[in-house]
Design a protein around this ligand. Structure first.
Ligand SMILES: Cc1cc2nc3c(=O)[nH]c(=O)nc-3n(C[C@H](O)[C@H](O)[C@H](O)COP(=O)(O)O)c2cc1C
Length: 364
């Protein structure tokens, strides 16, 4: 029987050759200026046999950065750098979306222009540590709450990021509203204590996400825009008093702007790919019933689990994170049910070609 993962899927205008998605994976290997370079193009090109690649998160502004060495999508040099990446993937017949990112409070003054405070919906510090610009881990600072008139500037940053992604040749973009970063900080009431039209009710807390999705779909068309959400996730100290109600509301609201997919991170794995201690219900079956577009599910999948989830109808596509780091030819390996290379966690974040472009393929 044909494996579900190996069947084609029509995602908006794109015919994906299989249902294996490379999950967005921060690798902290950009050139100075947060510019993607030739090594990044090689890495993504090596993985073009997966049906869809979603890039590592790329900050939409200098303010949106939270880790050293992550690529941006706000300067002309970054756009030029990304062109090499999209070209490398397209030459091998692949499809690639860029993940648009603003970390909000998950940053440190040493990474900000003029040592500014990171921004957030409310002045609430995280308890987990953050990166400095030299890659050390340190205690977080208390972020500055965004003024009401600054919020339209954030929306504009996403719109500009999407325009830049279009010029860089991306097939679409994914809006990162998961894992405790800025848009998730607005959604969830553990981090959003605002009393203006961006805080309080579900409608108000979802307003920034909806404005961002609307702005980005005006650039790319709604059939080339996806949204990543992590209901139940606790990475970066994120929490909500009623996540099921919140994310059901968000999925319903998204139906109105109709992004082509939602991409859900299963709670069993944290945003950084560590096993999490949450073993509650998955939100995927609930949101599957609500959201009318395509659904990508991520988090702890192997080949059998991915096929079973598609066969059950719970998802259309499955995203693989750590297996895609270690197996550039993941699709070919799944096809012949070959063993996978193990991943090397020590080389996940930062470094050189080791643990990046040197994982072996079955065919030399
Ligand atoms: C090294 C690493 C970097 C990650 N970077 C991102 C990222 O930039 N954006 C994002 O949405 N998720 C990120 N994640 C989460 C993954 O996309 C994925 O959801 C997670 O690894 C679970 O999938 P897996 O069990 O197949 O690895 C990262 C995970 C790892 C291990």
């Amino acid at each position: 029987m044909t494996q579900a993962l190996l069947t084609a899927f029509q995602l908006g205008p794109h015919l994906l050759k299989n249902r294996i998605v490379m999950a967005p994976l921060t690798r902290m290997r950009s050139l100075p200026g947060n510019v993607p370079g030739p090594m990044n193009a090689t890495y993504y090109g090596q993985r073009a046999s997966m049906g869809l690649i979603i890039t590592e998160a790329a900050q939409v502004s200098a303010q949106g950065i939270g880790y050293p060495g992550t690529p941006g999508i706000h300067s002309p040099a970054q756009v030029e750098g990304w062109k090499q990446v999209t070209q490398a993937v397209h030459e091998k017949g692949g499809k690639i979306f860029l993940q648009l990112w603003h970390v909000g409070r998950v940053s440190h003054p040493s990474l900000q222009e003029g040592n500014a405070l990171p921004v957030a919906p409310s002045s609430i510090a995280m308890t987990s540590q953050v990166f400095t610009n030299t890659g050390e881990m340190t205690a977080p600072v208390t972020p500055r709450a965004l003024e009401l008139d600054e919020i339209s500037v954030i929306v504009q940053q996403y719109r500009d990021g999407a325009k830049n992604a279009l010029s860089a040749g991306f097939d679409g973009v994914e809006i990162h509203s998961a894992n405790g970063y800025l848009l998730d900080q607005f959604l969830q009431d553990g981090t959003n204590h605002r009393e203006d039209k961006y805080g309080g009710s579900l409608e108000n807390r979802s307003r920034l996400l909806m404005e961002v999705v609307t702005a980005v779909t005006e650039v790319f068309g709604n059939d080339r825009v996806g949204v990543r959400l992590s209901p139940h996730g606790s990475f970066n100290d994120i929490s909500d008093s009623d996540p099921v109600k919140l994310f059901s509301y968000v999925a319903e609201a998204l139906n109105r702007v109709a992004p082509v997919y939602i991409h859900l991170v299963e709670p069993r794995v944290s945003g950084g790919g560590e096993e999490s201690d949450f073993h509650g219900e998955s939100a995927t079956p609930t949101l599957r019933k609500i959201f009318k577009g395509a659904l990508i599910s991520a988090g702890g999948y192997d080949r059998e689990g991915g096929n079973a989830t598609i066969d059950k109808g719970d998802a259309d596509l499955i995203a693989y994170g750590r297996p895609a780091i270690a197996n550039p030819d993941l699709a070919e390996r799944f096809a012949i049910q070959a063993d996978l290379n193990p991943y090397d966690r020590a080389t996940f974040y930062g470094g050189d070609a080791k643990g990046y472009t040197d994982y072996p393929t079955l065919k030399a």
